[in-house]
Design a protein around this ligand. Structure first.
Ligand SMILES: *Cc1c(COP(=O)(O)O)cnc(C)c1O
Length: 396
């Protein structure tokens, strides 16, 4: 007899919960933050610029503008791209809702296009079919850490006179045909939330190669002022002219101290995530009723999350039951993402189910396995053991 599931009162595979993600903060990070706290600058000081140079370097871009979250980065990028009332932005529904919300913040209209069946990233053909005279931008999201087909999006954007904003919250450190993520689109957004590759607590950045867009992003994060406090002080000016609408989306020196310290370790973090992902790939090959997503050979994967697809036809349980059973085994399984337009707020705006059938069908089968830099091989083996136990139990 197989062991009974923890969900049915059996012994869990692990004694303690393995979360789906967790930050890796060490003594160096803590010392860096402490030093910032003892310095003259808590908010916009010298560490903001230093962090921006480090992010731009990692992303292979001319400019990085640090902001207070990945969501603020999206808002700033959509605004800098000139999206205003009624302008359409074509994007994937398989994303965190902030990608679509950023379009709404600017008065734009999110237009959802379906995903590729193999990688679940925005399908360039589906995106192209949604372009109209009102389209101002396309917003591909590097789902799970995998850059989208950026050559296709770039060619399409130039032909149609639209802009490309890449939501790369999942793919810092990744690359496409050897070019780093952050250098591939007109504007690329990153997040430094604790679940992401490197963290500043909350934080984000936008990278771009265009000087004009960088200047707009800097004004946008600081009330629409054309100078910041330190520049005004240096010039002896008593006030800064507000030249356009902006927000307080600044990142602090304290956060940038953490970000600089984390970014120095990013390569090691990604290497570790890649090792865990490879261990999953090898082990999943002989677990029934589950498969990993395809990896595009053109891509260096950012391995933010490890989603798998359940073969529901072969199981007597729903995805919801499988996730609950994994959690009972102390494996912090999660789901990324419910199609953005299924959220009640979007339904209220008039979006209906059925818009993107491939994304919707994938959502019903998706489960995210734990993946983070501080995971051990034994943790990964626990995940596979729990998956084998749970799926074996529900196999038809
Ligand atoms: C995390 C994330 C964001 C938002 O980032 P925050 O820093 O949490 O605001 C946006 N888009 C995607 C795809 C994300 O995963």
């Amino acid at each position: 007899m197989a062991d009974p599931l923890a969900l049915d009162g059996g012994t869990p595979v692990r004694a303690t919960l393995l979360p789906y993600s967790r930050q890796a903060v060490d003594g160096d990070d803590i010392r860096a933050v402490t030093a910032a706290l003892r310095s003259d600058w808590l908010t916009t000081g010298p560490l903001v610029g230093a962090f921006e140079r480090a992010v731009a370097g990692a992303a292979g871009a001319a400019h990085a503008v640090a902001v207070s979250s990945g969501t603020a980065a999206l808002h700033a990028a959509v605004s800098a791209a000139g999206i205003g009332h009624g302008d359409e932005v074509v994007l994937t529904p398989l994303t965190f809702v902030a990608s679509a919300n950023a379009v709404l913040y600017c008065g734009g209209v999110p237009v959802f296009a379906d995903v590729r069946p193999d990688t679940l990233t925005l399908d360039p053909d589906a995106a192209e079919a949604r372009i109209t005279a009102r389209t101002k931008a396309m917003l591909p999201v590097d789902f799970a850490g995998q850059a989208c087909d950026m050559d296709r999006f770039g060619t399409m954007a130039r032909a149609r006179g639209v802009c490309v904003i890449e939501d790369s919250a999942h793919s810092l450190g990744g690359a496409y045909h050897g070019r780093p993520v952050g250098s591939l689109a007109d504007l690329t957004t990153f997040s430094f939330h604790p679940a992401k590759l490197v963290t500043t607590g909350e934080g984000g950045a936008v990278t771009t190669n265009r000087d004009d867009l960088a200047a707009r992003l800097r004004r946008f994060r600081n009330h629409g002022f054309d100078t910041d406090f330190r520049e005004r002080q240096a010039r002896g000016e008593v006030y800064s002219p507000m030249v356009e609408m902006g927000y307080n989306y600044r990142l602090t020196d304290i956060q940038c101290a953490l970000g600089l310290s984390q970014l120095a370790k990013a390569e090691g973090f990604l290497k570790r995530r890649t090792q865990i992902a490879e261990r999953y790939f090898a082990a999943l090959a002989d677990v029934p009723a589950v498969s990993a997503l395809a990896v595009d050979p053109a891509v260096r994967h950012g391995w933010h999350i490890f989603p798998v697809l359940l073969d529901l036809e072969r199981l007597s349980a729903t995805r919801g039951t499988v996730v609950a059973a994994l959690r009972a085994e102390n494996i912090g399984a999660a789901v990324h993402y419910v199609p953005a337009y299924w959220h009640p707020y979007y339904e209220g705006l008039g979006y209906r189910r059925g818009l993107c059938p491939r994304a919707e069908a994938a959502f019903e089968r998706l489960v995210t396995l734990p993946l983070f830099a501080a995971m051990t091989e034994a943790d990964a083996d626990d995940v596979v053991a729990a998956l084998r136990k749970v799926l074996g139990h529900y196999l038809r």
